[in-house]
Design a protein around this ligand. Structure first.
Ligand code: BES
Ligand code: MN
Ligand code: ZN
Length: 502
């Protein structure tokens, strides 16, 4: 979809769907540009509000047909709810709702009147970002494998952010740029998670990383299986042992524009393109969902794309170890003891606890970049779903780094919540026959993932582990994420990195 900003009055604007936000502020008064528009409409909006036909509850919509009184073919009123509860999350949600409604109605373009979304507290830039993010993400669909499109409505071709205030133009342009980059990068991550494992293979993830690099100017290096063997990443190789597709490691690197001494942040994403569980086989019901077990890698790829396009003044490295977790005569068996890149030996109690194995070697490898911070993101444990449900990822590790993620999470709606990593938890992953084992007890399972990983983090580097299991996709549609992949992590990372120097 094309995106643009425009300066001009609402009542002369040409569009097939003019989106107007209306606050539920009790007095039904209209002011400024909306009052001017309403005058051109002979007071229709005011009449609808005073009659109580539209209550402006959050996400409530109503279509009006101006019959030539103004050039806009339709007006979509969309409720903003109470001003006290209004945030950028509201803007994303209502923009998505309006864009979906415009599509259902067959509108070929839509224009959002940004001045109608201002409450005097949010900056015009952040409103513009949220509106474009919400509209673009709300229209996302995964349909590359469909050959039949009965009854399908085409997407609107153009999104315009409209303001009557010329002074606001620069802020709208910037917000729209950031919002579009972030939404497209999130959509890329969604595609990778939605795409099935016969298509989204390790080689496909590598190819996608190469394409991202060549279209954005990121550096891209790939460690192939022989490189991984030569380095001694025994844990990654042990997970790969049962697969017909060789393990690979994606390395994307963004060198910020200011030459000297930028902070170095390494992002590491779990890239299991399909998780059968290995010899510790998963049960059949719902196993197709394990095509999304590369949701962490997808988030890192998407975030790296955005970091490059937004030219952030940071040195950011994205690592993604990629392999399937299959089962085969050559596969790893429960009880096998494997030597890690770090040198620690690992007793593999359960081959289904594979994510922490491939991440452990990757965290050690991250030390090569002398990082100021390392953050890994992974669909690691079913227990994450039990502990926190649908509305927060689990985080463990460095307090200051967790605080950065909490701030970014509150702004983006991709929220995180901390779990402890007390020494006692770390002791539970010590093995009788090797240095460590890859599982702890059943209770507190998410923490044992973090406790295991902590053993492989380079000394004195602040690190956080983000467990997003279950959040990579959803069976329920959300306002700006239809059923299926969410792209969780892209917006969280980009927001955290944009605020890094705060
Ligand atoms: N990929 C799974 C975790 C997962 C579960 C992701 C549900 C998305 C939705 C992970 O590799 C796994 O199998 N974890 C095991 C760990 C256990 C064996 C210690 C789990 O959670 O059961
Ligand atoms: Mn598993
Ligand atoms: Zn897994």
């Amino acid at each position: 979809m094309q995106t643009r900003t425009e300066v001009g009055p609402l009542e002369t604007h040409v569009t097939q769907a003019l989106v107007l936000g209306i606050f539920d502020n009790g007095d039904q008064s209209l002011t400024g540009p909306i009052a001017q528009l309403d005058a051109a409409l002979g007071g229709q909006i005011r009449a609808i509000l005073t009659q109580g036909d539209f209550k402006a509850k959050a996400k409530e919509t109503l279509a009006l047909y101006p019959h030539g009184m103004i050039p806009a073919k339709r007006i979509l009123l969309v409720g903003l709810g109470k001003p006290s509860a209004f945030t950028t999350e509201t803007v994303r949600q209502i923009a998505a709702t309006a864009a979906q409604r415009a599509r259902e109605l067959g509108a070929e373009d839509l224009s959002i009147a940004i001045s109608s979304l201002e409450d005097g507290e949010l900056s015009a830039e952040s409103v513009a970002q949220a509106a474009s993010e919400g509209a673009l993400l709300g229209l996302y669909r995964f349909e590359e494998q469909k050959t039949q499109f009965e009854g399908r409505r085409a997407d609107p071709l153009q999104l315009t952010l409209l303001t009557p205030d010329a002074d606001m133009r620069a802020e709208l342009d910037e917000g729209l740029h950031v919002g579009a980059v972030v939404a497209e990068s999130t959509s890329l991550a969604r595609d990778l998670v939605n795409r099935p494992a016969n298509l989204a293979t390790p080689a496909h993830l590598v190819e996608t990383a190469r394409e991202i690099a060549s279209s954005t100017g990121l550096d891209c290096r790939i460690l192939d299986k022989p490189d991984i063997e030569a380095l001694g990443m025994g844990l990654l190789l042990s997970v790969n042992a049962g697969s017909g597709a060789p393990a690979q490691m994606v390395i994307l690197e963004h060198h910020g524009t200011r030459a000297a001494d930028l902070p170095t942040i390494v992002l590491v994403g779990k890239g299991i393109t399909f998780d059968t569980g290995g010899i510790s086989l998963k049960s059949g019901a719902g196993m197709e969902r394990m095509k999304g077990d590369m949701g962490g890698a997808a988030a890192v790829l998407g975030a790296m794309r955005a970091v490059a396009l937004l030219k952030l003044p940071l040195h950011v490295v994205g690592l993604a170890p990629v392999t399937e977790n299959m089962l085969d005569a050559r596969g790893t068996k429960p009880g096998d003891i494997i030597r890690s890149l770090k040198g620690l030996t690992v007793e593999v109690i359960n081959t289904d606890a594979e994510g922490r194995l491939i991440l452990a070697d990757s965290l050690t490898y991250a030390g090569e970049f002398s990082p100021d911070a390392i953050i890994d993101i992974a669909t690691l444990t079913g227990s994450r779903i039990i502990a926190l449900g649908d509305h927060a990822a689990a985080v463990m590790g460095d307090d200051a780094l967790i605080e950065r993620l909490r701030t970014a999470g509150d702004v983006t709606g991709e929220r995180v919540w901390p779990l402890p990593l007390f020494e006692a938890y770390k002791e539970e992953v010590e093995s009788d026959v090797a240095d460590v084992k890859n599982v702890g007890g059943r209770a507190g399972g998410t923490i044992f993932g973090g406790a295991f990983l902590s053993k492989f983090v380079p000394d004195d580097v602040p690190w956080v582990h983000i467990d997003i299991a279950g959040l990579e996709s959803s069976e329920k549609a959300k306002p700006y994420a239809p059923k299926g992949a969410s792209g969780f992590g892209v917006r969280l990372f980009v927001e955290m990195l944009r605020r890094w120097e705060d």
